[in-house]
Design a protein around this ligand. Structure first.
Ligand SMILES: *Cc1c(COP(=O)(O)O)cnc(C)c1O
Length: 414
C-alpha cells in the first residue's frame, strides 16, 4: 500500500503543529490515482503561496502583516515567510506562540481589540510582541497595566482601530470592533503619551471588491488624525483584499494599491508608514480540497466534507468555489449540470447550495477538487459528528481558478 499523505485531526494546526516534511506529489490527479482517498485531502501549494506573497510584498507601498487567522497551517506560514512576509497579525496566544516558534525574528503584532490580560503579559514578556491594537479607553488601561506588571521595558506600539460605516464587502465587519470618530480622537490623544509607535487601523470587511472603500476609509483616518492634532507613525489599511471566485471577478490588486497610495499621499502626512493586514489575498489560491462523492440523488451530491469541515463559507455565506471532477479510470461527460453539495454530518444545515458546475454524469466514487480554499477553509474545521479527519499533501500543479497576483511562469515545475 502506498502512503501519499499524513493525517491530522480537526483544528490541529494551532494545538499540535507538525513540522515533519509533508508528503509531496507533482499533481492532485496523481494523489487521487495513487491513494483513492476516502477522506478529504488538503492539497497545499507552497510555491503558489510564496509567489503570491512575494508579489504582494513587492507591490504594496508599506509593510505587509499576514493575518494568521485566515490560515495558520505551518506549511502555509513557512511558504509566506519564503515569499518575504516578515510581519504577522495575530489575534490569540496560540497564534503568537506558533509564529514565534517558527520565526524567532518575525515582527508579531497583537491585532485583536479585546485581549485577555494574561495574553497581553505573555505576548509582551515571552514573545517580544510590542504592537497592540485597541478601540476603547478600557483596553488602553488594560494594556498599560499588564505591561507595567511584567516589569520589562520596551517600546510600546499602540494602534487605534476606527469603526467604518457598513460597506460593500462580502463579509461586513463594521458592527463588532472599532472606535467611533470622537472616541478615536480621544484615544489617539491618550495613547500618544505612552506609545513609541502610534497608529490608526481599520478593516473594510473581507473580500471587498471595491478599491474606493479604501479611499473613503483613508480619508476618514486623515480626519481623525487632524482633529486629534497628534502625530501618528502608522496607518494600517487592514485586510479585505479580494480574490476571484466563479461568480466574483475583482479588479487586479494593483488597482487597490494605487487607490491606497493616492489617498494616502493626499493626506500629506510625511514620515507615516503604511501597513496592510491581508489574509485571503495571500493564501486563497494556495490550497484546494479533494472530496469524494458518496452518493448522488438527482442534482445533489453527498460528499465527505462540508460546512463543519473546510467548506464552512460555502454554507450560510453561499461562497462558490471553483470545482473540477477527478475520475482516474474513465472519461467524464462533456455536458455539465449545476449541482448542490451535502456535507457528511447528519445536520441538515450541512449543505452547500453552490451551484457547482460539474460533468452531468458525476457518480458515487468520483472525486471533486474544490479550489480557492486556502483562506478560511481548513482552519474552520470542527470535529462535529466525527468527521474531522483530513489528509494533507503538497502538490506542484497549477491552482484552479484565477487569482489576481499569481504569476503562472514562476510556478514550480512538476
Ligand atoms: C480577518 C482580519 C484580517 C484579514 O482579512 P482578509 O479579509 O482575510 O484579508 C485582517 N485584519 C484583521 C483585524 C482581521 O480581523
Amino acid at each position: 500500500m502506498s502512503v501519499v499523505a499524513r493525517t491530522r485531526s480537526a483544528v490541529s494546526p494551532l494545538r499540535r503543529p507538525f513540522f515533519a516534511y509533508p508528503v509531496r506529489r507533482p499533481t492532485v490527479d496523481q494523489v487521487v490515482a495513487a491513494d483513492r482517498p476516502e477522506e478529504p485531502v488538503h492539497c497545499l501549494r507552497p510555491t503558489v503561496i510564496a509567489d503570491t506573497a512575494s508579489d504582494f510584498v513587492q507591490a504594496f507601498p508599506g509593510d505587509v502583516l499576514y493575518a494568521v487567522k485566515c490560515n495558520p497551517d505551518p506549511g502555509v506560514l513557512r511558504a509566506l515567510h519564503d515569499g518575504g512576509v516578515r510581519h504577522f497579525d495575530c489575534a490569540s496566544l496560540p497564534e503568537i506562540r506558533l509564529v514565534r516558534d517558527m520565526f524567532p525574528d518575525a515582527a508579531i503584532h497583537f491585532m485583536h481589540p479585546i485581549k485577555a490580560r494574561g495574553a497581553i503579559r505573555e505576548a509582551w514578556d515571552r514573545h517580544d510582541v510590542r504592537d497592540f491594537v485597541l478601540d476603547s479607553a478600557d483596553e488602553l488601561a488594560k494594556i498599560r497595566t499588564e505591561i507595567a506588571a511584567t516589569g520589562i521595558p520596551g517600546a510600546l506600539g499602540l494602534i487605534v482601530r476606527i469603526a467604518l460605516p457598513k460597506g460593500g464587502a462580502k463579509l461586513d465587519l463594521s458592527g463588532k470592533f472599532g472606535a467611533c470618530f470622537d472616541d478615536a480622537v480621544d484615544l489617539l490623544r491618550a495613547a500618544r503619551g505612552c506609545a513609541a509607535t502610534l497608529g490608526v487601523s481599520f478593516h473594510v470587511g473581507s473580500q471587498c471588491l471595491d478599491p474606493l472603500a479604501w479611499r473613503d476609509a483613508i480619508a476618514l483616518t486623515g480626519q481623525v488624525i487632524r482633529v486629534a492634532g497628534v502625530a501618528v507613525d502608522v496607518i494600517d489599511v487592514g485586510g479585505g483584499f479580494p480574490v476571484a471566485y466563479p461568480d466574483q471577478d475583482p479588479p487586479p490588486l494593483g488597482a487597490f494599491f494605487a487607490e491606497i497610495e493616492s489617498s494616502f499621499d493626499a493626506l500629506g502626512l510625511p514620515g507615516v508608514r503604511l501597513w496592510a493586514e491581508p489574509g485571503r489575498a495571500l493564501v486563497a489560491a494556495g490550497t484546494s480540497v479533494v472530496v469524494q462523492v458518496q452518493a448522488r440523488r438527482g442534482d445533489a451530491l453527498y460528499v465527505n466534507d462540508g460546512v463543519y469541515g473546510s467548506l464552512a463559507d460555502a454554507g450560510a455565506l453561499g461562497f462558490r468555489y471553483p470545482v473540477r471532477l477527478i475520475r482516474p479510470d474513465a472519461e467524464a461527460a462533456a455536458d455539465t449540470t449545476a449541482f448542490s453539495l451535502f456535507g457528511p454530518t447528519c445536520d441538515s444545515a450541512d449543505v452547500m447550495r453552490g451551484p457547482f458546475l460539474l460533468p452531468a454524469d458525476v457518480a458515487e466514487g468520483d472525486w471533486i477538487e474544490v479550489g480557492q480554499l486556502g483562506a478560511y477553509g481548513a482552519c474552520l474545521r470542527t470535529a462535529f459528528n466525527g468527521f474531522d479527519r483530513a489528509r494533507i499533501v503538497e502538490v506542484g500543479d497549477n491552482p484552479m481558478g484565477d487569482t489576481p497576483v499569481y504569476q503562472a511562469e514562476s510556478q514550480q515545475a512538476a
